[in-house]
Design a protein. Sequence first.
Length: 355
Amino acid sequence: MKTPGHGQIILLSLVILSLLATIASADHPDLQQGSSITPKEHQRGPEQTFLTFPEWFLVHSPAEYATFVKDQPPSEFPFIGHIKQLWQSYGAVYGATRNKYPFNFGYHVMIVVISTSTTVEYLLRSAYETLIGRVSALTRTHGMTEEDLLAARVAQNYVDFIRVRPFYEYNFFGDLVSLWKEPSFVGPDMFRKWERRYALTTEYLTKAIYGWFIKKATQASYDLALDVTAVVINRLPADIDGELPQFKVLESFPDGSALVTVPRYDAFKVYSIALAKRGIEFQEIAGNRSVILVSALVPREWAPGDDGTEVLFTQPILTQPSLKRVALVVSVAELANLLRRLDDSDLVIEHVYDY
């Protein structure tokens, strides 16, 4: 699949990232509610709980894709629908932060860059899969080819990786080598085999090169981010080391509360749910006492109770019509209660956006 125009997007991304490096790395005005006891190096702007959603949609979308292509052809995946959801979510978080917090210019630029790049990618993949991929899928007479199976495995490996590490660190070059070493060159459904080999070679090579450039630009423009989140909790849980090995106590206070660190990103969800189930309450997260965003996958007919939790927006899960995504805004003090309610209702807590 040829990608005219993608090169310009890559170059534009690099130029913007470089020009705005000082803006992006600058400290934002402190809008913490009340005096924070979290050390300054662990404090992050309250607007970032909202602004990280578009970034994480670019994890949620590949995760939906990886599940879908385990037994269905990529040509049936709703790429265009996901483009709409990406920009809808950005519009929602922009509206939620516009009048409440300083405009985080560098972060908005980053969101627009990665969202534009993803839009270009999804448009090209949608066009290719509709015109060529769908035709080759119709020629299959023996189910999924070796190339289809490899692509499904790579899609899941990629999702597992980006839940904990930046996307640009993923080794698409290694997947490209596997594509040309593992599947046999001949076999049933030859047209599909070679069409997939061409499509996947183009995709993996483009993503490998793009990731390499973005990695270099990021290293040149941004400071290394902390991989932990500082949290103030009302009390220390007993015997937590075996369950949460990365739980670290920084300081204990006379009233029984404590300043601790837990992992960021996807692991923050795991740790916050585990703490909530032990009856722990959150007082500060990354220096914030105001609100935090949580997304959950719920039945399509689900509606929130009258507990004060705000629904920022909802999105249907396009490949699973019985489900929808809800983005919930809750106070930091009520986060544990929300997590317990969702968990007790057997709902899927998709992510806790820890700033």
